[in-house]
Design a protein around this ligand. Structure first.
Ligand code: XMP
Length: 319
């Protein structure tokens, strides 16, 4: 009979056998897959694992603190936290083409990761949170087409340039099994059942040029939306929900004066496979509350709109 504790013992034994006394390096993103991979590998080999967490300045509100809290402080994992915000923002300056932005964010990630990896010359393995659906996709399954439409953030070339062997302990698991494993390893339910977040982060949710000022506004608006969704018990009923920053100013009124500020769009969808999606029919009262809070609490935003487009023809992200 298959049981989770039995599975963990087996997976731990397999990792120990595979890596022996070697050192392992892992890029921790804060997402479910790399988080569960880190927790599992740490369970197996403790301090032989070093995680590198790159803050690209495009993460959600308090995300870096949460990752450090969970892994470094609670689980005792060795985590190198690199704040590369300035580097990413510098390279993104003046760039508004979505595909160009994605390429820069992917390239800079590899740059930063390589610099950190070179500081760990004893590392022989690169661990990744690859899960079974990723394996099928990269083998050329029928979902591959979706990936050629836009370049996905990945670290495909890293093992070769770093001369590392790949350690992928989640390769045989489906997403729901990865989540169960994460909970069994002691990760918080909230982290393990979080909505997916794209590799390029807020870079694909700030239309046009990415600026730190825009990312700061968007982070706060997004956090309010997610807070209210959770409070209203709607978070788990949606597959993905987030705010988008539109670099468009419109006129508003505040007190006796006029404002001329930016727009935030809210997006919430229900989907099984993320290939097609329906917009979530959130209660108007909930949308109203989110809108009021964002406009009152985030100076710089004076208008909030709700996206009622399905995929297709729209995509889930705006870019
Ligand atoms: P779209 O916008 O194409 O998104 O409908 C479908 C799903 O893919 C996610 N997404 C990404 N995930 N790296 C990722 O890991 C990426 O570069 C990326 N781009 C989009 C998106 O959030 C949605 O869940």
């Amino acid at each position: 009979d298959w049981t989770m504790p039995g599975y963990i013992d087996e997976a731990v034994a397999r990792i120990r056998e595979q890596v022996g006394s070697d050192e392992v390096i892992l890029g921790l993103s804060g997402g479910v897959d790399s988080s569960v991979a880190a927790a599992l590998i740490h369970r197996a080999i403790g301090d032989q694992l070093t995680c590198v967490f790159v803050d690209n300045g495009l993460l959600r509100l308090n995300e870096a603190e949460q990752v450090m809290q969970t892994f470094a402080r609670n689980l005792g994992v060795r985590v190198i936290h690199v704040d590369a915000t300035a580097q990413f923002m510098g390279h993104l300056q003046g760039v508004s083409d979505p595909e160009a932005k994605r390429k820069i964010i992917g390239r800079e990630f590899v740059e930063v990761f390589q610099v950190e990896a070179q500081k760990l010359p004893a590392a022989r393995w690169l661990a990744q949170g690859t899960i079974y659906p990723d394996v099928i996709e990269s083998a050329g399954g029928k979902t591959k087409k979706a990936h050629t439409i836009k370049s996905h953030h990945n670290v495909g070339g890293l093992p070769e340039t770093l001369k590392l062997k790949l350690l992928e302990p989640l390769r045989e698991l489906f997403k729901d099994e990865v989540r169960e494993l994460g909970v069994a390893l002691g990760l918080a339910h909230e982290m393990v059942y979080r909505h997916p977040f794209p590799g390029p982060g807020l870079g694909v949710r700030i239309l046009g040029e990415v600026k730190k000022e825009f990312a700061d506004l968007l982070r706060r608006a997004d956090a309010i939306f997610i807070d209210e969704l959770r409070a209203a018990d709607w978070y788990d009923k949606t597959s993905q929900a987030f705010a988008v920053f539109l670099p468009v100013k419109s006129v508003g009124v505040m007190g006796d004066g006029r404002t001329y500020e930016y727009v935030v769009a809210l997006r919430a969808v229900e989907t099984q496979d993320f290939m097609t999606a329906r917009w979530a029919e959130l209660p108007h009262s909930l949308l109203g509350k989110v809108s009021n809070r964002i406009i009152n609490e985030v100076r710089g935003i004076n208008r909030v709109v709700y996206d009622i487009s399905g995929k297709p023809p729209a995509t889930i992200e705006w870019e």
